[in-house]
Design a binder for this molecule. Structure first.
Ligand code: PLP
Length: 404
């Protein structure tokens, strides 16, 4: 008899760098998931802000099947039609003139940071190598990106780490002014910190970063891995602020669940990524590009983007109503369908305790650090699923309060 994989197999066969929930989902449709026992869940985690169109959206399944029967992969020795169409779509929809395709957010950021160093090297000399990022930021798990990220626990024990990286305080322009100089080649920032606790940047902060970068001829890199592709209610969050970066990275929702990522930039800057300077075997894989193009075509429409704003309001209304009853949240914040509810003082550090209770109620959610409950649902989650999800969340929170 063949072996049915179980959660126990994770502990037996896989490295212990994750601690997955006890249930093993086996099927998804829209915003619903079913586990091995046939229990149903509403998914507000969205694969950590990835499943932008929910599970198995017909447009994505259609693109996957169609491309899957034509051509999957060529490597960068040949180009392919889906990758070319995807790059063109990204250029048409953003500030960008050039696109580098890859497969994960960390890889897109690695490319962005390497490009910034290389551009400075080409135009100003090798002394211009300093990179500034922000405490609590998250940019990926490669050694470069964990070092640029502002959470030392992720680079601890992996040294020696890349040098010339400094951290300023998020939303504090003076802390950047104190560090930046003509040897700074780039400032990397999330327009809204995701893993760091769902903290939106202020308008003045992003405008100020743009001005400081211009003053010191440093490149402004927006990491939109989590905020991009409609999640904020615009295709990219920078479009809310009217502050245009020099480089933008995008992943997660881009493939709607297929590992796809991109780094966007201008003609002038992109030229520093000359032939042979950088690359990836899978970057711009035909299958992934076809799915990402299909996802973008669905998401980059007024219908979906306006719907994100409307759904934000509905979630907010429910979260506020729950809070009125139970007083568990200090602040409800976020943009579009990347929302965070910071725990009140009485429940400090207990956001993670909500997750298993929510699972028992048939709800999947996320946290962003120990103190923030994070929601990153499908951008097209039906209203009825939101109502039901919030009823389940309320039951979970009622039990959290009762256990306290
Ligand atoms: N940048 C940001 C803002 C992220 O939120 C993440 C992942 O959470 C990453 C980069 C890393 O992306 P990936 O896990 O696809 O490498």
């Amino acid at each position: 008899m063949s072996h049915t994989p179980s959660r126990q197999d994770f502990d037996t066969y896989m490295t212990p760098n994750y601690a997955p929930q006890q249930v093993v989902p086996v099927r998804g449709e829209g915003s619903r998931l079913w586990d091995q026992e046939g229990r149903e869940y509403i998914d507000l985690a969205g694969g950590i802000a990835v499943n932008a169109l929910g599970h198995c959206h017909p447009a994505l399944v259609g693109a996957l099947k169609e491309q899957g029967e034509k051509l999957w992969h060529l490597s960068n020795i040949y180009t392919n039609e889906p990758a070319l169409a995807l790059a063109r779509k990204l250029v048409d929809s953003t500030f960008a003139e050039k696109v580098y395709l890859c497969s994960s957010g960390g890889e897109a950021n690695e490319a962005a940071l390497k490009l910034a160093r290389r551009y400075a090297f080409d135009h100003f000399g090798k002394q211009k190598d300093k990179i500034i990022s922000f405490r609590q930021s998250f940019h990926g798990r490669t050694l470069f990106t964990v070092t640029v990220g502002g959470q030392p626990k992720y680079s601890e024990g992996f040294g020696p780490v890349p040098g010339a990286i400094q951290h300023a305080e998020y939303n504090d322009l003076e802390s950047v002014r104190a560090l930046i100089d003509d040897d700074t080649c780039a400032v990397m920032v999330e327009p809204m910190q995701g893993e760091g606790g769902i903290i939106p940047a202020t308008q003045a902060f992003l405008e100020g970063l743009r001005a400081l970068c211009d003053e010191h001829q440093a490149l402004l890199i927006f990491d939109e891995v989590q905020t991009g592709v409609g999640r904020s209610g615009k295709l990219y969050a920078y479009q809310h602020f009217g502050v245009t970066p020099d480089i933008l990275t995008t992943a997660k929702s881009l493939g709607g669940g297929f590992p796809m990522a991109a780094m966007l930039t201008t003609d002038n800057i992109g030229a520093s990524l000359g032939f042979g300077t950088h690359g990836s075997t899978y970057g711009g894989n035909a299958l992934g590009s076809a799915v990402a193009l299909a996802a973008l075509e669905v998401i980059d429409t007024p219908e979906v983007l306006d719907g994100v704003q409307a759904r934000h309001q509905l979630f907010r209304k429910h979260l506020e109503a729950i809070n009125e009853k139970y007083g568990v949240f200090k602040e409800i914040r976020g943009m579009g369908l990347l929302m965070g509810a910071q725990m009140s003082d009485a429940f400090e550090g207990r956001a993670k305790d909500i997750l298993p209770l929510a699972i028992e109620e048939g709800l999947m959610a996320l946290i962003a650090g120990p103190n923030v409950l994070r929601l990153a649902p499908s951008l097209v989650i039906p209203e009825a699923d939101i109502e039901e999800a919030m009823a389940r969340l309320e039951r979970a929170i009622k039990r959290l309060v009762a256990h306290s």
